[in-house]
Design a protein around this ligand. Structure first.
Ligand code: FAD
Length: 485
């Protein structure tokens, strides 16, 4: 076979998992080549969309039991335990890899386990990391610090504009390298002497795959537009078994037309108080306060109406008043497309109002008309009921009294879709990051880490699980691939 380049370990995808894999393999003496489909000047892994909350654990056995419970039988215990073991020293690993980095308890949503009633939950601790000289883009800055650390080993090269397409196997069936496509249409064949590690992120931005595997439609995601399931396809073609295909790191997102053929999804910042969320018929359906706090409340949007064969909560509508409109941008600058540099949201939301991304009405019924509801006055009824609850400090959906701020005209609304951060599903791997076939046997020379096929199987364990999973899985795969074991 003729090869255009070679390395001991070839890492496909340069995000959170890719950088941890590369750093780990290089530190173990491997010569590493990272292939990244994007250009260096337009590099937007979901890692850079993140807030750099990172899950750690204080006790390996308890942490393993908690992660295992969250996976609900979809991830082998040995894999959850291996994650917990690495999460236990993750703070130290990051401090050593990124000199000067600081950490603080992950405030904002909650800095602890999302499911406090599960066994082992007490062992979970979320930290938010900040690099020295931070300008408020924590995920992007953490990624750059790790990339510099990997570069400093002198053993890691990055080939930009190299899109991994197909794995190449030798006569014995072992993965020996891969073909990548370049922007000019040419193909380069890269040899991996010890292993190929797939770290291409999820399939969240391939609508065909989303329709096939996720639980409802449509669903949209606020991460890297180029995470389109390439690693999943490559692994499938090599005979990988799949896990967690119906899972997502879920939130509720707004999705908007940029007017140049592109659409972007954003995680909306609902607080401060003075809002409700309605379905397509103008009805409230849950305690909206929880939307701001946990990663599982998006399941509420998936309800299916068997009578009409529709998803009446897709989209749902976030309805708020001038108090929220004037309180600041409807999205956080710290995460998502803003943090990735893909869009600058106006400080007073007026540009987005002018673009038509935000609907408005002088009265609630007018807003219902602007939203195209069959019965626009249903919005008025929902707001009146909610306000009546605010007056007595009691909410029909159990919303805490502290969040019950009455709504006053004029009114605004943004459609909310289920989706969020990224998908979980893809090639299954063992506790060493080795990709397994459907019978549970490792596919020689093939490893994976991160959202291409996450260890998170069902419930999102706590804020910071995505980065933690990617870093710990990258460390597993990098260590194993460095020896080809
Ligand atoms: C808005 C938002 C906020 C978030 N906040 C947090 C948070 O605070 N804490 C947390 O833990 N997690 C957070 N996450 C999730 C976290 O960012 C992801 O779990 C993590 O980045 C996954 O890492 P990854 O390496 O698998 O994927 P990514 O970081 O997306 O990296 C994948 C890389 O692979 C490249 N690639 C794709 N296909 C190919 C191909 N064929 N060939 C070569 N390269 C390819 C992509 O371009 C990309 O650079 C957030 C995500 C989003 C979107």
């Amino acid at each position: 076979m003729a090869w255009d380049d070679s390395a001991d370990v070839v890492v496909v995808g340069f995000g959170a998992a890719g950088v941890a894999t590369a750093l780990t393999a290089a530190r173990r003496g491997a010569d590493v080549l990272v292939l990244e489909r994007q250009a260096a000047t337009a590099h937007t892994p979901s890692a850079k969309a993140a807030a750099a909350f990172v899950l750690t654990v204080t006790d390996v056995e308890q942490g393993a039991r908690y992660l295992d419970r969250c996976a609900a039988g979809t991830t082998p215990y040995a894999v959850s335990r291996a994650w917990a073991a690495l999460a236990a020293d993750l703070e130290g690993w990051l401090r050593e890899a990124c000199p000067g980095i600081t950490s603080a308890p992950g405030e904002g949503m909650h800095g602890v386990a999302a499911h406090a009633d599960f066994d082992g939950a007490d062992a979970v601790r979320t930290l938010q990391f900040t690099v020295p000289g931070s300008t408020g883009r924590p995920g992007a800055e953490l990624f750059v610090a790790l990339a510099e650390s990997a570069g400093a080993t002198g053993r890691v090269r990055v080939a930009w504009n190299h899109r991994g397409r197909r794995l190449v196997r030798d006569d014995a069936g072992r993965v020996a390298g891969l073909d990548c496509a370049l922007p000019d249409g040419s193909v380069r064949r890269i040899r991996a002497r010890r292993g190929v590690v797939l770290t291409t992120g999820g399939f969240e931005n391939d609508q065909g795959l989303v329709r096939q595997y996720l639980r409802a439609a449509p669903m949209y995601f606020a991460g890297n537009p180029d995470n389109t399931g390439d690693g999943l396809r490559m692994a499938q073609a090599a005979g990988a078994g799949l896990w967690h295909m119906n899972g997502a790191e879920g939130r509720q997102v707004g999705r908007f037309d940029l007017g140049d053929g592109r659409w972007l999804a954003f995680q909306m910042a609902l607080p401060p108080g003075g809002y409700v969320v309605l379905d397509g018929a103008g009805r409230r359906f849950c305690d909206e306060h929880r939307y701001t706090r946990i990663h599982t409340v998006w399941y509420e949007l998936l309800a299916y109406d068997v009578g009409t064969h529709t998803y009446p909560r897709i989209p749902a509508y976030w309805v708020f008043d001038a108090r929220r409109f004037t309180a600041g941008p409807l999205v956080s600058s710290m995460i998502g497309p803003v943090s990735m540099g893909l869009y600058t949201w106006s400080p007073d939301n007026t540009a987005e109002l002018a673009r038509g991304w935000i609907s408005a009405g002088a009265t609630a019924t007018e807003l219902g008309t602007a939203l195209g509801m069959a019965r626009p006055d249903a919005v008025d009824e929902a707001v009146a009921d909610y306000n009546a609850g605010c007056a007595i400090g009691e909410d029909a959906f159990g919303r805490p009294a502290s969040s019950l701020v009455p709504l006053q005209p004029p009114f605004y609304a943004v459609p909310l879709y289920p989706g969020g951060v990224g998908t979980m599903g893809g090639p299954e791997h063992d506790e060493h990051g080795r990709v397994l076939d459907p019978f549970g046997d490792p596919i020689g020379g093939l490893y994976s880490a991160g959202s291409v096929g996450q260890m998170i199987g069902d419930l999102y364990p706590a804020p910071g699980s995505g980065w933690s999973e990617a870093l710990c899985a990258g460390r597993m795969a990098g260590a194993a691939a460095a020896t080809g074991s």
